[in-house]
Design a protein around this ligand. Structure first.
Ligand SMILES: C[S@@+](CC[C@H](N)C(=O)[O-])C[C@H]1O[C@@H](n2cnc3c(N)ncnc32)[C@H](O)[C@@H]1O
Length: 248
């Protein structure tokens, strides 16, 4: 099914990267580099997420229309890209995992979408060479970077947007009221096991242990220091955080 002869439209910019730069192309935590994991990810997520409904809500919040260009940072298997491409002029699907991008492309090709650029890079390495975009969407991807590098990535993101451009960020973010954090984390894993099964719960444990989800006050500070104005910040059950921001 996967075609490894396929080449994305652009690769990470390999030039002028200092040796001390964080290697965002390496897998952190849950491994999304292989065909099987990526297909399993998509099958599992489609069971508990409604990609279309969630994407339509984001498109509405960001006021995207047929003239809009949008960057999907950490596009994965196209949960947002596929629906955004139906509504917008152009989507840049950016991801460090070639396997993720490849499945995204297969799904979008299948329904004849041809207004997507597939870019094999990430927050730290993607060069947006086109005109500044109307919006960036990033769903459950930023936590792959440690906090120092989150700010670098967010600052670069702000620079890719046109004046007044919008940024929709969803991620797992921990509450600053950290009393009984152990109990909260145990309850989180338990509720995922009950609602979505042991496979997703295993990923949640890897997430807590090996990925870089941060605190709510850190995330808000990072967004502001990157130059974003936070229009809304919503925290809901399961450590889910949604930020709608406007750019510089
Ligand atoms: C949990 S998945 C989310 C995928 C998709 N946004 C979704 O809603 O299903 C996280 C994605 O972030 C990508 N990723 C990891 N590090 C990244 C980085 N530094 N920049 C951009 N994407 C990254 C992974 O390859 C993976 O596809």
């Amino acid at each position: 099914m996967m075609n490894y002869a396929w080449k994305p439209d652009s690769h990470k910019n390999m030039f002028n990267i200092p040796e001390w730069t964080y290697d965002e192309m390496k897998q952190t935590g849950v491994d999304y580099s292989g065909i099987e994991q990526v297909q399993r990810y998509d099958d599992m997520h489609q069971k508990f997420r409604d990609y279309e409904k969630n994407s339509d809500a984001i498109i509405k919040i960001l006021d995207l229309d047929s003239n809009s260009t949008v960057i999907d940072m950490g596009a994965g298997t196209g949960a947002f890209t596929l629906y955004a491409a139906k509504h917008c002029k152009k989507v840049y699907a950016v991801d460090i995992s070639l396997a993720m991008l490849n499945l995204c492309r297969i799904k979008c090709d299948r329904i004849g979408l041809s207004n997507i650029s597939y870019c094999h890079s990430g927050f730290l390495t993607y060069d947006h060479e086109a005109d500044p975009a109307d919006a960036m969407v990033s769903i459950a991807s930023l936590h792959h970077l440690p906090d120092f590098w989150k700010l670098v990535g967010l600052t670069r993101a702000a620079e890719m947007l046109k004046a007044g451009g919008r940024f929709f960020l969803f991620d797992i973010v921990f509450p600053s009221a950290a009393d009984d954090m152990e109990g909260k984390l145990n309850a989180w894993v338990r509720s995922i096991t009950e609602q979505s099964g042991p496979e997703l719960a295993a990923e949640a444990k890897i997430h807590i242990r090996e990925e870089y989800s941060t605190y709510d006050w850190v995330m808000e500070g990072l967004l502001e220091r990157a130059g974003f104005k936070i229009e809304s910040a919503e925290y809901s059950e399961g450590f889910q955080a949604t930020y709608v921001c406007s750019g510089r």
